[in-house]
Design a protein around this ligand. Sequence first.
Ligand code: NAP
Length: 257
Amino acid sequence: MERLRDRVAIVTGAGQGIGEAIARRFASEGAHVVVAEISPALGEATAATLRAETGTRAQFIRCDVADARSVEAMVAETIATLGAPDILVNNAGIAVFGDPLDITDADWARCMSVDLDGAWFCCRAVLPAMLARGRGSIVNIASNHSFQIIRNTFPYPIAKHGLLGLTRSLALEYADRGITVNAISPGYIDTPLNQRMFAENPDPEARRKVEAKQPVGRLGRPDEVAAVAALLASDEARFIVGANIVIDGGVTIRMYE
Ligand code: NAP
């Protein structure tokens, strides 16, 4: 199925993990994907793989989403090389976890600037082109942390709560002008981010213990998130406005046991 044939899609942080899976799924559905990634090595590799696998015009453009000028330059280059963006996925994100009173100002700023400011900078940069053409889909990768709290993960959930607020606010602002803005909230997904956290955990059983806490007994896969992103980016989802689709294997519907 090629629901995204010849659409131009920007996916931030698409060098690995969930973003890479979304970029791959979009390209397999016919989109020309901009891999907007901070790491040139990861970004180049993903774009080259997508071109080879799908024959689309996937392209790496280096971008630090926390830097408004970098974002504006990335969107300008997208328009110059591939055309106006039809789809934006705000996926780039970092986990900054700690005790509230141990967090430094730099930790706070780093978390907010990538996880929240970055998404806004990208929305602000693509919206004029989307509004001019009367169509566009924005998908924000939020988290279970957008509506539930785990102690000692401060301030990540604050940024992710804000990302849901951004989603709903922009969704309503532009609902009557052909733009959809929605969020996806993944639970525990098996990506390099989590693989790193397990590797750094002194408990060798850390991964197994997390898996045991999941109602389905495993972590989610990046391609399971990508499948929903493709739906939200497609014309099949034009009546889905300001939604937050939770993909977490049931973990947040469970009451304590
Ligand atoms: P990941 O494996 O760390 O991949 C994130 C990618 O984004 C990396 O390639 C990273 O590059 C890039 N990136 C980081 N900072 C950036 C910046 N300032 N500008 C542009 N690119 C940047 O992460 P993931 O697990 O796939 O997570 C992706 C998104 O899903 C994040 O927003 C995360 O909060 C959200 N999420 C993840 C999970 C999960 O369980 N994995 C659950 C809920 C929500 P470098 O590696 O070079 O820094």
